[in-house]
Unconditional design. Structure first.
Length: 124
C-alpha cells in the first residue's frame, strides 16, 4: 500500500492514501465509443542505482491499486534514469504533472485524475 511505503521510506507517518471515489469510475468501454478519450500516462523514472526496499513490480502494484479506484484509463511506463531516485510524472493529454518523488506523488495522482475528468467530459 502507498501509505506504508511512503511512510516508511520518507519517515512521515501521517501520509494518507486517496479515498475511493463515490462516483462511477470511467471504464475502458467508455473509451471505445470513438470520442478520443484521454488516459493517464504514468511515466516512472527508475534510478539505475536504486537500492530501496521496493521493486518495480511492487511499485506498479501500488500505483495500479491507487488509480484503479478512480479509473481504468491509465498505463505505466518505466524508463531507466541515472542515479538512485524514483521520479513519477503523470501526463494527461498535453498536461504534465511532476516529476514527483514517491512520497509526494499523491498530489500528482489527484491532479492527473482531475485533468482526466475535465478532459474526458462530454462536450455540450
Amino acid at each position: 500500500m502507498l501509505i506504508s511505503f511512503a511512510s516508511y521510506y520518507y519517515k512521515v507517518p501521517h501520509l494518507k492514501p486517496l479515498a475511493p471515489s463515490k462516483e462511477v469510475p470511467t471504464t475502458v468501454e467508455d473509451v471505445l465509443d470513438g470520442h478520443g478519450f484521454s488516459s493517464i500516462d504514468v511515466q516512472i523514472g527508475w534510478g539505475v542505482d536504486w537500492n530501496g526496499p521496493m521493486s518495480q513490480a511492487q511499485f506498479s502494484e501500488i500505483i495500479t491499486k491507487t488509480l484503479s479506484h478512480q479509473t481504468e484509463l491509465f498505463h505505466l511506463e518505466y524508463n531507466s534514469v541515472p542515479g538512485e531516485l524514483i521520479e513519477v510524472t503523470f501526463v494527461v493529454g498535453g498536461n504534465s504533472y511532476g516529476p514527483f518523488l514517491p512520497g509526494q506523488m499523491v498530489a500528482g495522482i489527484k491532479s492527473a485524475l482531475m485533468a482526466l475528468k475535465i478532459t474526458n467530459e462530454p462536450l455540450n
